[in-house]
Design a protein around this ligand. Structure first.
Ligand code: KG4
Ligand code: ZN
Length: 319
């Protein structure tokens, strides 16, 4: 079954064609990163207008790359929520219009559920449930227990900033540019992670909090204007990684999970991956997305979640 998937929840206009939820036939992403770098972050109105400009060319590119046409497509999947309203509307209108015009089933899915399925992309593995997934990106930060396909429980989430947002805001504070995650990771390679002992928020249960940490970096820089930026970046990164991994390991023990999955843009972070690997001590199979383009927002994961959680796809008339 081939699904054409559309994702426009934030600042990427993405279209993919995915076969049987795992085989990515194409994964086209038009990034707006250059536009938003000018403002140091995403301006919602600007993002929506950019989606309008490239939506049809990106769909066209997906067909050109695969040599397929509409007659090969069995269903259309699209991100319904959460995300920037103006951006979501562009993708949903395009999906609904093509579903109507080409007489295809329309499957609307949740963006975060999409990230959960990024570990199924290009994977031949028989993934075993229960899976504990740490989904960390710029807009969201959740620890999700996946008991089976479509059977998800959010154990914890960030009470304020998502981890990626904390990376982005702290990078701006340190003058490291946008997007902040890769910039901090790079700077941290030349820094000492033990030079500043930033606070680790003590949150109840499985929840997270990162805004206090960001403020601690601000106060530290005000008090130590000559501090080595690389040391502060490394110490900040280590505090975020500790907070994420301690909750993850707590969940692994409590729910006796078979696999641990990392997803979302922050899953690209090598310090985070390494710490999970060390702390897991082989207790569960550890996976992260096969490609960087599956970590950050993409449409292939939307095609995967649509396949695994909507079988058979609901007909257009039911929406
Ligand atoms: O999943 P994503 O594309 O966007 C949302 O859905 O929000 O994730 C983007 C986020 C940004 O905050 C970016 O700074 C962060 O992922 N990120 C990283 C790294 N690469 C991207 N954070 C830490 N380390 C990285 N290497
Ligand atoms: Zn995302």
């Amino acid at each position: 079954m081939k699904i054409l998937a559309i994702e426009t929840s934030c600042d990427e206009t993405a279209v993919a064609i995915v076969e049987d939820g795992t085989r990515v036939l194409c994964n086209v992403i038009a990034s707006q990163i250059d536009v938003h770098a000018l403002t140091g972050g995403v301006v919602p109105e600007v993002a929506a207008r950019e989606h309008v400009k490239v939506m049809l060319p990106v769909i066209q590119a997906a067909f050109e790359k695969t040599g397929l046409d509409w007659s090969d497509i069995d269903a259309i999947a699209v991100t319904k929520e959460p995300g920037l309203t103006g951006s979501l509307v562009v993708g949903r209108m395009a999906a609904a219009t093509f579903a109507f015009a080409k007489d295809k089933p329309l499957i609307e899915v949740n963006h975060i559920h999409g990230h959960l399925y990024s570990n199924w992309l290009d994977s031949e593995a028989d993934i075993a449930f229960p899976v504990l997934s740490l989904t960390v990106s710029g807009g969201h930060n959740e620890l999700v227990l996946m008991r089976g396909h479509g059977d998800f429980e959010i154990l914890g989430e960030s009470m304020d900033d998502a981890a990626g947002e904390a990376f982005d805001k702290t990078a701006r504070l340190l003058g490291l540019g946008y997007p902040g995650g890769p910039a901090i990771e790079k700077a941290a390679l030349n820094g000492n992670s033990e030079s500043v002992d930033f606070p680790r928020a003590k949150m109840q249960g499985y929840d997270f909090s990162f805004s206090g940490l960001k403020t601690a970096v601000l106060y530290y820089m005000q008090a130590h204007p000559d501090a080595k930026v690389e040391d502060v970046a490394a110490s900040f990164q280590s505090a975020v990684v500790d907070a994420l991994v301690s909750k993850l390991i707590k969940g692994v023990k409590a729910f006796d999970v078979k696999e641990v999955h990392l997803a979302g843009g922050v899953s690209a972070n090598k310090a985070l991956r390494a710490k999970i690997e060390t702390r897991l001590k082989g207790r569960a199979t550890f996976r992260f997305p096969k490609k960087m383009s599956y970590c950050t927002d993409n449409a292939a994961m939307i095609g995967a979640v649509a396949f695994f959680t909507s079988n058979p796809p609901s007909p257009l008339s039911s929406h």
